[in-house]
Design a protein around this ligand. Structure first.
Ligand code: NAD
Length: 489
């Protein structure tokens, strides 16, 4: 059984951890590797390596720093399929979804290659007679990146390329449930020749995270995960004087108006609700049908849910893979039951799924619940599985009011052919990512990955210009060079 190594100062380091977490293929039940719950000394060593590499790395000119990113892009592209297969094996999603995930990772590397321009400051001449004022951007220092299980390849790249391009050094802590993808990526990108200590990795769970949050040499923390943990991370890192961006959970609604292209709403809605087995932070988990849209949408979505081919993600025929583990199956099925107890009707019931040949796997088939009470479990709780609750309302105003009551604000979608309805939705809905006839409104890498309310704690988001602001500190210089100091040559 392979135990994963930590990685610091350019070397793989065998962990002295006394405890480990098994990494299990969610479809087959096979144990793929063991994640060490690294010791405090190892967390410290990773941060120390990053801290020592900082002085030289920040002096590498930005146009030279991005040469490593160009090479990184090539290595990731050349190994897209292998990385995709690894994601599928440890995470359960389909190979197409895994490769799509890595394309989004690569997109962030590409955008960060524009750092020589994005890093520019500005200057005002003569703010007073003979005095100039400059704004420079300088790196923040050692940055910690803490990732969730569901996009083990993409999410670290919302931060990593920008942090490095801006002249920072990094310590990455992958999810203990899906750490093999990052292990592979670290192995592959060794060939790009980053200076020692610039990029480090320490495996573990809560204790390692706490060690990073409390370490005086860590200056910035980028976190993605569930809302309760995001809130804790934000508080603890901020108390320790660090800058922090913490992306949390979600409960994403999709509103269907009577004038919508219903076939499109069904097709895209099903992909959003059941793609990645519902384990996307931008997955739709609540459909709000307005007036006459209801019957046709329900008919279509129930057909799409019950006909979705569920199984092993590496099987090319499969449309939906496993959820992450047995505990997750139990949790999802428990939430469905809680909904049923509150009066919801499971018109497509994915509980008790057994997939032939994969009996040890963690599967829940697509599920659709009607008559969901507005304030109930299905309407308000992040389920993080292939479960779609449906609520019927009479007006768009009611739908918007329902959305804005949610504690979360990651994404909201509207299906309509009316520009005026679309504008009203965009204007009034309290969510950081809006989809108009789009089911997964995932921002491209040159836009911030937004999120409002309990879906995000902080000010600056991941990706694009926000990332450059997050990973740099601004320095203001006010300078005077009196004329009579001019030498005559
Ligand atoms: P999680 O919160 O359980 O874990 C995330 C990370 O935090 C992991 O690295 C884990 O080791 C660490 N961690 C867990 N508990 C901790 C604790 N008590 N103290 C410190 N660190 C701790 O999340 P998960 O189950 O891996 O991922 C799924 C969640 O992530 C969902 O809620 C999903 O919505 C969310 N997510 C959000 C986004 C977004 O952009 N907003 C993107 C992807 C996933």
């Amino acid at each position: 059984m392979k135990t994963l190594d930590n990685y610091f100062n350019g070397n793989r380091e065998i962990s002295a951890a006394a405890e480990h977490v098994e990494v299990v293929d969610p479809a087959t039940g096979e144990v793929l590797a063991r994640t060490p719950l690294s010791t405090p000394a190892e967390t410290n060593a990773a941060v120390q390596a990053a801290a020592e590499a900082l002085a030289d790395w920040r002096r590498v000119p930005a146009p030279d720093r991005i040469q490593y990113l160009f090479k990184m892009k090539v290595v990731l592209e050349e190994n897209l399929k292998t990385i995709g297969q690894t994601i599928t094996r440890e995470c359960g999603k389909t190979l197409g979804e895994s490769i799509g995930e890595m394309r989004r990772a690569i997109e962030n590397v590409e955008v960060a290659c524009g750092i020589p321009k994005m890093l520019q400051g500005h200057i005002s001449e003569d703010i007073a007679s003979g005095i100039d004022e400059l704004m420079l951007r300088q790196p923040v220092g050692v940055c910690a990146i803490i990732a969730p299980f569901n996009f083990p390849g993409m999410i670290p790249f919302w931060f990593l390329p920008y942090a490095l391009a801006c002249g920072n050094t990094c310590v990455i802590k992958p999810s203990e449930k899906t750490p093999i993808t990052m292990d592979l990526i670290f192995h592959l990108i060794q060939s790009i020749g980053l200076p020692r200590g610039v990029l480090n990795m320490v495996h573990g769970a809560r204790d390692v995270v706490d060690g990073l949050l409390d370490h005086p040499n860590v200056k910035a923390v980028s976190f993605v995960g569930s809302t309760p943990v995001a809130r804790t991370i934000y508080r603890r890192a901020a108390e320790n004087g660090k800058r922090v961006q913490a992306q949390g959970g979600a409960k994403n609604p999709l509103v269907v108006l009577p004038d919508a292209d219903i076939d499109m709403a069904v097709r895209i809605g099903a992909d959003s609700a059941f793609g990645c087995a519902g384990q996307r932070c931008l997955a739709t988990s609540l459909a709000v049908t307005v007036g006459d849209a209801h019957d046709a949408f329900i008919e279509g979505i129930c057909e799409a849910a019950s006909s979705r081919r569920v199984g092993y993600g590496l099987d090319p025929e499969i449309q939906m893979g496993a959820v992450i583990n047995h505990a997750s199956v139990e949790r999802i099925e428990g939430l469905i039951q809680a909904g049923v107890d509150e009066g919801a009707r499971p018109v497509v019931d994915g509980r008790g799924a057994v997939i032939s040949g994969y009996e040890k796997g963690s599967f829940v088939r697509p599920t659709v619940l009607l008559d969901v009470p507005e304030g109930g479990t299905i309407a308000t709780t992040e389920i993080f599985g292939p479960v779609l609750g449906v609520i019927q309302v009479d007006t768009l105003d009611h739908a918007i009011e329902l959305i804005n009551r949610s504690a979360y604000g990651n994404q909201a979608s509207l299906f309509t052919t009316s520009g005026a309805s679309a504008r009203k939705f965009r204007y009034e809905v309290q969510a950081g990512n809006i989809g108009i006839n789009i089911g997964v409104a995932a921002p491209m890498a040159f836009f911030p990955f937004s999120g409002w309310k309990d879906s995000f704690f902080g000010d600056l988001h991941g990706q694009g210009a926000d990332a450059v602001d997050f990973f740099t500190q601004k320095k203001i210089v006010v300078e005077r060079w009196p004329k009579d100091w001019t030498r005559q040559f």
